[in-house]
Design a protein around this ligand. Sequence first.
Ligand code: UDP
Ligand code: MG
Length: 315
Amino acid sequence: MDLSVVIPLYNEEESLRPLNKILKNVLGKLNVKYEILYIDDGSRDESVKILKEISSNDKHVKVIELKRNFGKSIALAVGFDKLVGDLVITMDADLQDDPEEIPKLIEQIEKNYDLVSGWKYKRKDPLVKILSSKIFNFTVSLLSGLKIHDFNCGFKIYRKEVVKSIELYGELHRFLPFLAYQQGFKVGEIKVKHNVRQFGESKYGRSGLKRLSNYILDPINVVFLTKYQRKPAHFFGNIGLISFAIGLLISIYLTVIWFMGQGIGNRPLLFLGVLLMIIGIQLVSMGFLGELIVRENISKSKDKYVKKHDKELVE
Ligand code: UDP
Ligand code: MG
């Protein structure tokens, strides 16, 4: 198998038939062996029925149904697990990504990249979304050191090796290029055409709370993953030690003046000192718990650290 196309979807009944038609048309011209994997992320509309209809007439098309709506990251992770192609394309099901761009993606990854991400440089989405996405991309790029414009584009091409070595969960699909980059894969970017959503509605709505975690917590998560994934004791330990040290200094100071005969029982500083020391110990212990978890999960195979030669990659 040369090429696998992975398409996660949730309630996209109207888009599926036209999408599959255009996709088949483009892939047919490429003269490669391919499969199309539709991952149904617990749709409640007619999506599955339509997909089954499509796949019953077409051996290239496979449908995987998830038990419920788990979110795009899990849908992609399942696709990555099941696919067999050497090159992997992911795209959204809503016709916003244009299959006609696929040959361009293939051409680009063959220039010795491991992942090429689409860049929706003329994005056809509501203004709020475009702006918040700009902030997101700017922050993630700054924090991660990976200079690309559009981390969260659904349209990407990967070498099989990349998708097989990335663990996706939560909302991590929005950091895919970074996750690959962090593992030492070569990441590129190419401009792709973006269309207005024709049918259905965006699954990433207007919830303020979601925005908060997307734009504040997730970038912090990125820094954490980049710098401390393999050494959590350093992250928690450093903050913990500083906190403990300040608490200790305060306590020493109070002890000294207590010996000099001053009462300290009603000084707010006493509480601060004790609090800082306790927090410090908590954080340091948390860091060690983290280390234990890392240690349990470290894999025996060290292949992922070793550079492969270009020829092997293309094979
Ligand atoms: N999607 C999914 N599970 C979800 C939400 C979305 O599989 O829980 C799919 C969705 O059907 C689409 C892609 O992920 O194929 C991108 O979603 P959407 O178009 O809503 O995002 P937007 O383009 O608005 O950022
Ligand atoms: Mg969309």
